[in-house]
Design a protein around this ligand. Structure first.
Ligand SMILES: C[S@@+](CC[C@H](N)C(=O)[O-])C[C@H]1O[C@@H](n2cnc3c(N)ncnc32)[C@H](O)[C@@H]1O
Length: 182
């Protein structure tokens, strides 16, 4: 994005401090540090941007970490901070990734968050993942509630990779939902 629009100014945010260091190094190496400002920022805690500020908001594989209530707040913030000509691109993980008949899955109907327990070969729990898995209908409902108009919604399977630069294919596909909205 930065290379394609040399006059653009980009603010890139994350809650992952290690990921931030990695990104800063990449951005410097590409000579894009004048154009891209990087920040640690938790969308559920702060949103320090004024109204009518951004031309474009890009949130790929981020919003499914938010609960039903957090997602409504964040999308309201996004909508307010976008210019009237602004637009939004998001990708969230799909409900199709979850087999609800399997054990080791907990669902909270209030937050709509699903907690998945990961186990090693000896059945010991080695981690958990918490996400709001979406259908095209659930994400559309949240977006429209926040005042967005949907341009398109598509659901597809995405190839996963073992490495950040996507050179080593992982033996897994991920069901995702992509939305472009105004
Ligand atoms: C799976 S990674 C996606 C990275 C990249 N956007 C991509 O598409 O490959 C999830 C990202 O969501 C960010 N994230 C998760 N919860 C967040 C929150 N509450 N506020 C801001 N960022 C969050 C993490 O810091 C991480 O960078």
């Amino acid at each position: 994005m930065a290379k394609a629009n040399l006059n653009s100014k980009i603010i890139a945010t994350t809650i992952d401090t290690e990921g931030l260091d990695f990104s800063i190094a990449n951005i410097k190496e590409l000579g894009l540090d004048k154009q891209i400002e990087t920040k640690i920022e938790d969308l559920t805690k702060e949103y320090p941007y004024p109204a009518n500020y951004f031309d474009y908001i890009y949130a790929r594989l981020v919003l499914h970490y938010l609960s039903f209530q957090e997602l409504d707040n964040v999308l309201n913030n996004f909508k307010k901070s976008l210019k009237s000509t602004g637009h939004l691109f998001i990708v969230v993980r799909s409900e199709k990734n979850v087999d609800r008949n399997k054990p080791d899955i907990e669902y909270d109907p209030i937050t709509r968050l699903t907690k998945v327990f990961y186990r090693d070969e000896n059945k010991n729990i080695i981690g958990t993942g918490v996400r709001y898995f979406h259908t095209p209908e659930t994400i559309k409902e949240h977006l429209e509630k926040a005042g967005f108009k949907i341009d398109y919604i598509k659901e597809f399977e995405e190839q996963l990779y073992k490495d950040f630069m996507r050179t080593k294919i992982a033996p897994r596909l991920d069901h995702v939902i992509e939305v472009h909205a105004f």
